[in-house]
Write a protein that binds this ligand. Structure first.
Ligand code: SF4
Length: 343
């Protein structure tokens, strides 16, 4: 096992990618990068990370920022609760630990948005402490390496992975190097499909490779199909201004600006039914814009955007805003796409 840990660490030191968050051991910057990297590709994260760190170079600047400016820098990255939690987390850090970034798992887990994975990442990467971490990449590597044949989303599996990750990190000379090596292996070599086993630094002792199971593992319990939602977005325009509203808690994309929408049963979206809905706003003209599909946490959205020219404000919540100002506000990737493609 020691040999596996050392081979993996040596391999990482040779091949590691030059990523902006790897140039620092500042726990704040590592925290930001780790949160951005959850559910998001490295290449997507780089420009967001650079902009975010330029705007909020330290905990204090993030804690004192308006939530709207934080969301604006996050707009398009998705999973906006991550941004809101970072903001709240920075405020908690300022209050509870004003002089030093906490260096224990127990303290870190008290901060909003920091879970066991992020705590492990901060402690090992920033402080080089022997603390384990397990994310999707690590689960995949470990399930294959040990030929773990049970579904990986069970609590039995979680305990198994955390235990192995801990055993390995305790053997490592540098937890900072080792934990990153483990994740990098999952991201570059031990990939979801077609793992590149011939390039893998731990292929000699990998059980999945020995048992010819690399394409069968990890095992997952079947996820239910995403729920389909059909939505109409009303894009009211009057003299070059658009009617927008800020989404409130409990709505999709809360805290972001949006065009008013209504949900429809799939069967109600026939052209006649849509026309009837629009007539109540007495438009001077209207047209259907290209339909949009969007996936958001277990839901598949089918969106019909409708551009409606009117002479007075619609009787729904909102405010008239010129397009150039909307472009400065935090909006979802979906709204950004509708604007960029049509206006
Ligand atoms: S040998 Fe293949 S399956 Fe095993 S850890 Fe390496 S890349 Fe993954």
């Amino acid at each position: 096992m020691l040999q596996t840990v050392e081979s993996l660490s040596r391999w990482f030191l040779k091949i590691q990618r030059n990523l902006p968050w790897r140039m620092t051991s500042d726990p704040y910057k590592i925290w930001i990068s780790e949160v951005m990297l959850q559910q998001t590709q490295v290449t997507t994260v780089i420009p967001y990370y650079e902009r975010f760190i330029r705007a909020f170079p330290d905990i204090k600047s993030l804690a004192l920022a308006e939530e709207e400016s934080v969301l604006q820098l996050w707009a398009g990255l998705g999973y906006y609760s991550r941004a809101r939690n970072l903001h709240r987390g920075a405020q908690t850090l300022m209050k509870r630990f004003p002089f030093q970034f906490p260096q224990t798992r127990r303290e870190l887990l008290e901060i909003p948005g920091i879970g066991p994975y992020t705590a492990g990442a901060i402690l090992s990467i920033a402080f080089d402490l022997k603390e384990p971490l397990v994310d999707g990449n690590v689960e995949r590597v470990l399930s294959r390496y040990f030929a773990f044949k049970h579904p990986i989303d069970s609590s039995h599996a979680k305990n198994f992975f955390w235990q192995k990750a801990q055993e390995w990190v305790l053997m490592s000379r540098s937890p900072r190097v080792f934990n990153q090596a483990l994740m990098e292996l999952g991201s570059l070599i031990c990939t979801k499909s077609h793992p590149k086993c011939s390039l893998c630094p731990i292929q000699d002792s990998c059980e999945a490779l020995k048992q010819n199971l690399t394409n069968d593992l990890p095992k997952k319990t079947k996820k239910p199909k995403p729920k389909e939602i059909h939505q109409i977005k009303f894009i009211f325009e009057k003299s070059g201004k658009f009617w927008i509203k800020k989404n409130t808690e409990g709505e999709w994309w809360s805290g972001l600006w949006d065009f008013p929408s209504i949900e429809l049963p799939a069967t109600t979206s026939s052209p006649q039914q849509i026309a009837k809905l629009i007539e109540q706003y007495t438009p001077t003209s209207w047209k259907e814009l290209p339909h949009q599909k969007h996936t958001v946490t277990h839901h598949r959205l089918f969106v019909v955007p409708i551009h409606i020219k009117v002479t007075r404000a619609p009787s729904i919540e909102g405010q008239w805003t010129p397009l150039h100002q909307i472009k400065e506000l935090p909006v979802s990737a979906l709204v950004k796409r509708i604007i960029n493609h049509n206006f």
